[in-house]
Structure formats: C-alpha cells, structure tokens
Design a protein around this ligand. Structure first.
Ligand code: FAD
Ligand code: UDP
Length: 392
C-alpha cells in the first residue's frame, strides 16, 4: 500500500477488540487497515506452540467464559469449542488447598468431612459484618472472615497489585467465587470453553472472513497515522498513551512470564505434588499467596487445552511495577486510578472521529467476552453512522 493510501477505518490493536471490529466493518463493505506494534495478532490472548511442541498462552492463562449466547454464537463462526474444566488449587502453609473457597476447603481446614450447614454456621460465626463493603478487604472479611481472608487473599493481592486489598475495588477480589457447596470450579459463567485449535487460529479464521482487511504487524499507532489517511480511527491501545500522557501516566500492573518445559521422563508422578503422568502440577493453575514466593501463580495450560502430547510447559507469573517500557497488562481498579482515568475519558469523549474500545482504551478490567461485546456494539454504531466509500 502506498504511503498516502486512504481507508475508511484505521484500527490500532490486533487483539479481540480490533479484530472483531475489523471483521464486522469489512463485512459491511468498509476498507480497514489493522496495525499492531507487536509481531503477532491476538493481543494478550495470543497463543502459540512452543519449542517443546506445547500449545501455550503467552501472556497468562486465558480462560474463555461467558453468559452471553450471542458472543458464543459470534465467535463460534470462527472456531469450534473445546469444553474446559477450569479447576485450580491454592498452595500455602506447605500444602495444596481446594480453591476457590468451597466446602472441600473447609473440610481440609477442619480435617474431617463436613456439610454446607456446618460451613455456613462457621462463616456466620467468623465473618465480619459490613453492610456495604467498599473495598476488597471489607468484601472478603464480610463474606468469610479474617482467617480465610489472611490465608488466601491478603498476601496474593498485595503481591499481585502491590496495594493492600483495602485500596482496591470490591470487584478485584470479588472476581473469585466463594461457595459453601462442593462446586470447586474457578469461574461461575455458564459457558466455559476454549477455541479448539487455540485463540490465534481463531483470529486467523476471523481475518480470513474479513474481506480486504490488511494487517500490518510491528507498526506503531503514530507511524500508522502517517501512513494511512482514514475517515475514522479505532484505538484499542492505552488511552493515556493516545493523549501523550499529558495528565501523567495512568497506573497499570505488569507481569513477567517465566516458561519452563518438561519431557515425559520428567513428568513421572512424584510426591507430594501428586501430578497425573504427563503433567507437572495437579491442576491447570496453582496460586501462591505466600509472600516468600516471588510469583503469584503457576499455570500448566495443557490441563485445559485438550492437547495430546507427552511434554508439558509451565508458566510462572511474577508481578511487576509498570513502566512505559513494560506491557500494561492490568488497569488498576481503585478510586485514585478511576479519578485519573476520568480526565482522559473526557478527552476521549470529545474526539469526534475516534472510537476507544477494549481493556486499555477504556481502562477497564474486562474479560475477553466483554471486549468482544464492546467491539460488536461499536461496530454496529459505526456501520449506522458511516456509509461505505466505494472501493478503489
Ligand atoms: P489487547 O489484547 O491488549 O490488545 C491491544 C493490542 O493493541 C495489543 O496487541 C497491543 O500490542 C496493541 N497496541 C497497544 N498500543 C499500541 C500502539 N501504540 N500501536 C500499535 N499497537 C498498539 N480474559 C478472560 O476472558 N479470561 C481470562 O482468563 C483472562 N486472563 C487474563 C490474564 C492476563 C495475565 C491478562 C493480562 C489478561 C487476561 N484476560 C482474560 C483479559 C484479556 O486479555 C482481555 O480481555 C482481552 O485480551 C482484551 O483485548 P483487547 O483487544 O481490548 O486488548
Ligand atoms: N485473588 C486472591 N487470591 C487468589 C486468587 C485471586 O487474593 O488465590 C485476588 C487477587 O487480588 C486477584 C483477584 O482476586 O488479582 C482476581 O483474581 P483472578 O484470578 O480473577 O485474576 P486474573 O486472572 O484476572 O489475574
């Protein structure tokens, strides 16, 4: 494409937000260019086969889940689904615990079989009554009391966010279910599955079904704006970056991922891990709330991808402070961060021919199904607003 080419939509970011928007808009007859500064598509949901042959999620585990049949139907146009049983453990005080907190966790604590009634009576006795919890600490204290809060939440949250749970919204620790029955699934949503051949393959098919969309990897937003004249910009990068951080950088949390692969020989069952043959740990994810352990969790994604392979790969996640050189993985759900974001949101609302969509551009701790819904809704609005320019 020549340097001064003209398109309808210039889309920055080839993650869920950008690619869903591109698919919808191109099928409505618009000319779209998608750019991403990274060397691959998929954004943080990118997965790949590593040197050991294992399908891995490069930027932390991506457990697809949703309560929206519409989102399942839409994404299902580009992938078959593999049922996924997202079950995890917590490792603290030198042993594994059933997690999220459920009746089995209580039985492990009291060291004998119990009942929902007994666990609920225990909670009633231990919980700290708070009428309207205002932060993550108050929320968990009000649900299960101090002992379980200390054991499973306080250390993990401090490590992950380098903030105390009392300085984070209820929505942070509130993401994790707490149950008094034996249901030990990590998530509550009705639909829990993974794209059968992985996210990257799904995105590839989405692009194949997007007539004329051109994808340019390794291209930054500023360069793209110089290269393509456009009627409208769709931006899914960090909103503060778009505005040159003129009010200062928004707070983010970053991560470092450490991958380690094992051969079949190294994956023989061993105590006290109690791993199944072919796996390194007993569940797809083990959380480490203890302060002495530098990582928050270890993920062995082979447990849920359904891949049949002798080797396996684990990924340790080390939380890091964010600097402009790091990936801004998490917006920080806290009052001070929301106040700082509001100033950028006002600037964004005043931009006439720019849409801000996705996790970073709207500074929201959104899951994949939520950003897909946001991109679909924005594409509908844009289709109603613009009519396609005749193709050159
Ligand atoms: P991204 O995927 O972040 O895509 C934005 C893209 O824009 C990136 O590829 C980036 O390189 C590009 N970009 C940014 N700035 C520029 C620029 N200046 N120029 C060019 N390109 C730029 N969701 C779930 O539903 N389930 C999970 O289990 C889950 N686990 C997660 C675990 C981790 C560790 C993280 C970080 C997120 C997780 N998520 C999960 C959230 C999920 O990643 C997001 O909801 C989703 O990927 C957001 O898509 P997006 O397109 O909005 O953003
Ligand atoms: N959390 C915790 N202990 C755990 C798991 C989660 O305290 O064992 C808290 C922590 O603050 C975390 C939040 O709950 O950031 C949300 O957890 P989730 O696993 O949903 O985080 P994500 O996968 O989004 O990183």
């Amino acid at each position: 494409m020549s340097p001064d080419a003209s398109v309808d939509f210039l889309i920055v970011g080839a993650g869920f937000s950008g690619l869903v928007a591109a698919e919808r808009l191109s099928n409505a007859g618009f000319r779209c260019v998608v750019v991403d500064k990274r060397s691959h598509l998929g954004g943080n949901a990118y997965d790949r086969v590593d040197a050991a042959g294992v399908l891995v999620h490069d930027y932390g585990p991506h457990y697809f889940r949703t309560n929206s049949p519409r989102i399942v139907e839409y994404l299902g146009r580009f992938t078959a689904w593999q049922d996924a049983d997202y079950k995890i453990k917590s490792y603290t005080d030198g042993r594994y615990w059933s997690f999220p907190i459920n009746l089995q966790t209580f039985e492990e604590i009291v060291g004998r079989p119990s009942t929902t009634e007994e666990f609920e009576a225990w909670i009633e006795e231990h919980r700290v009554p708070v009428d309207e919890p205002k932060n993550s600490e108050e929320l968990i204290l009000s649900k299960v009391g101090r002992e379980l809060y200390r054991r499973f939440y306080e250390g993990y949250t401090l490590k992950q966010w380098q903030r105390h749970p009392r300085d984070l919204d209820t929505s942070v620790c509130g993401r994790v279910p707490i149950r008094t029955n034996r249901d030990d699934r990590y998530l509550n949503e009705e639909f829990q599955a993974l794209p059968k051949d992985g996210f990257t393959a799904m995105f590839g098919r989405m692009l194949d079904a997007s007539p004329g969309v051109e994808l340019y990897l390794g291209v930054d937003f500023h360069e793209a704006c110089k290269r393509w004249r456009h009627r409208h910009l769709i931006f899914s990068g960090p909103v503060d970056e778009y505005f040159g951080r003129r009010f200062g950088a928004l707070p983010y949390r970053s991560l470092r991922f450490e991958h380690e692969s094992f051969t079949a020989e190294q994956l023989k069952p061993r105590e006290p891990i109690s791993n199944k043959p072919g796996f390194w740990q007993p569940a797809v994810q083990v959380n480490y709330p203890d302060a002495e352990v530098p990582y928050t969790r270890i993920v062995e994604i082979k447990h849920v991808t359904g891949q049949k392979i002798d080797a396996s790969t684990i990924v340790r996640e080390y939380p890091r402070n964010w600097t402009p050189e790091e990936e801004p993985f998490y917006p920080v759900p806290a009052d001070d961060a929301k106040t700082a974001y509001r100033r950028y949101a006002e600037l964004a609302a005043a931009e006439k021919n720019v849409s801000f969509i996705g996790r970073l551009a709207t500074y929201r701790y959104y899951n994949m199904d939520q950003v897909t819904g946001m991109a679909l809704a924005e594409a509908d609005r844009l289709i109603a607003r613009y009519s396609p320019a005749p193709h050159a």
